[in-house]
Design a protein. Structure first.
Length: 138
C-alpha cells in the first residue's frame, strides 16, 4: 500500500482565494500499533485543494485526534489563510480547541491530561488565522 504524505492541486489556487470560509477536515485512524492522521483542505467547489497525512506512535484515539488537529493546523499555518472552518469528529478535541481559542493557556486545566500539551501547542496556529471557526462534525 502506498501512503501519500501530502497532495496539492494547483488548479484550485484561484478558487480558494475568492472564497471567504475555507473548510478543513481532520481525522485519525487508530491501528493496533500506531495511528494515521489526515487533514484535507477543500476549495470553493468542494474539491480537495490540499491533503496531508502523518503516522503517530499512539493507539489512543483521543491523542490521535489531537495530533491530527496539530498536523492540520501546522500545515495550514504555511498557507496564511484569513478564515477557516476547522472540522473534526471528536467532541472532546473540538471543545478543547474552542476553549484554547477563547481562553488561551488558562483553559488548560479543563483539558484531559492526555492531550493538554498537544492542545496548548495549537494556540499559536489559532492566533495566526483571523477568522477561525471550529466545528464538530458527526
Amino acid at each position: 500500500m502506498e501512503v501519500f504524505s501530502s497532495y496539492s492541486s494547483d488548479s484550485s489556487v484561484a478558487l480558494i482565494s475568492s472564497w471567504s470560509l475555507i473548510p478543513c477536515d481532520f481525522d485519525v485512524a487508530v491501528r493496533t500499533s500506531f495511528s494515521m492522521g489526515a487533514a484535507i483542505l477543500y476549495d470553493s467547489n468542494g474539491a480537495i485543494f490540499r491533503a496531508w497525512t502523518e503516522s503517530f506512535e499512539t493507539t489512543d484515539p483521543l491523542i490521535g485526534e489531537a495530533a491530527a488537529a496539530r498536523l492540520a493546523l501546522s500545515k495550514l499555518a504555511d498557507l496564511k489563510l484569513s478564515s477557516l472552518l476547522f472540522q473534526g469528529d471528536s467532541a472532546s478535541v473540538m471543545e478543547c480547541i474552542l476553549l484554547s481559542q477563547l481562553q488561551g493557556s488558562s483553559a488548560s486545566k479543563l483539558f484531559s491530561w492526555k492531550i493538554a500539551s498537544l492542545i496548548l501547542s495549537l494556540h499559536p496556529f489559532l492566533l495566526s488565522i483571523p477568522f477561525f471557526y471550529p466545528s464538530k462534525i458527526p
